[in-house]
Design a protein around this ligand. Sequence first.
Ligand code: GLV
Length: 313
Amino acid sequence: MARVLVTRQLPDGGVNPLAAAGHEIVTRAADTPFTPAELVAAVADVDAVVCLLTDRIDDAVLAAGGDRLRVVANVAVGYDNIDVTAAHARGITICNTPGVLDDTTADLAFLLILSASRLAHVAEADLRSGAWHGWSINQYLGRDVHGATLGLVGYGRIGRAVARRASGFGMSVLHHTRRDSGEAGWVDDLHRLLREVDIVSLHVPLNDATRHLIGAAELAVMKPTAVLVNTARGPVVDEVALASALTNGTIFAAGIDVFEQEPTVHPALLAAPRTVLLPHIGSASVATRTRMAHVACSGVISVLAGETPPNVV
Ligand code: GLV
């Protein structure tokens, strides 16, 4: 029997695989992130950690795990909150949750594409606040999604799931990846893709190559009618540049689910027009969040059993 720290609450039944495997679960009732000092203290004397994307797993945390800590499993597909290089240097395995959240996240990307393009959130806010005084032909004129050209930046599992949805809307789909995908619609140059498409949806992981991938220069080449959607990671977009592009009419609208300094949202972005903002809910369905918890726990169970699970980073 091993001791497994679960840093925050998981969905109902999320830790069941750990319990079924006979492991001791160390957790706490509060559903708030540990402070860095609390996290360092909590990883002492555990064999494994199941953590959330709100936990920063840096070398100090990994070091605090000493020789006992063998595996850290992030209940997320993105793992930019974990110092993977430091973990590997210490012989600690890192797991994530690929594959189980693609469709749920793609659904949300499409929700943002639709809401931002059709200004549904603007119209809804007016209706609720009493600012809608009756139908008029020039009200809330958005951009059509059907028949538009969609540009996917990043073309992994989630990007492809968005592409499948786009085909139902009769959209043309282009994608940009650094390496040639070898597939129809690949555009080698990011600026060329941004110039050509009506809607841009971001599906890259956050790393040194993608931090501020979309900044003032990229927004400047997009069409003034374009819509930008980000369900990947906040720092992929320069929020200040985005806010000024929206304010200046450099682009038409944006749909944003992830932020540079979560849970803080830059005031300029909050004030920007035609912007729909959601609090990082891309994978937030009961079924998907439960599956994510199970995949993370299964990774821990396999590593503790001396096996290599499929979800090793
Ligand atoms: C959520 O943002 C995830 O990376 O799973």
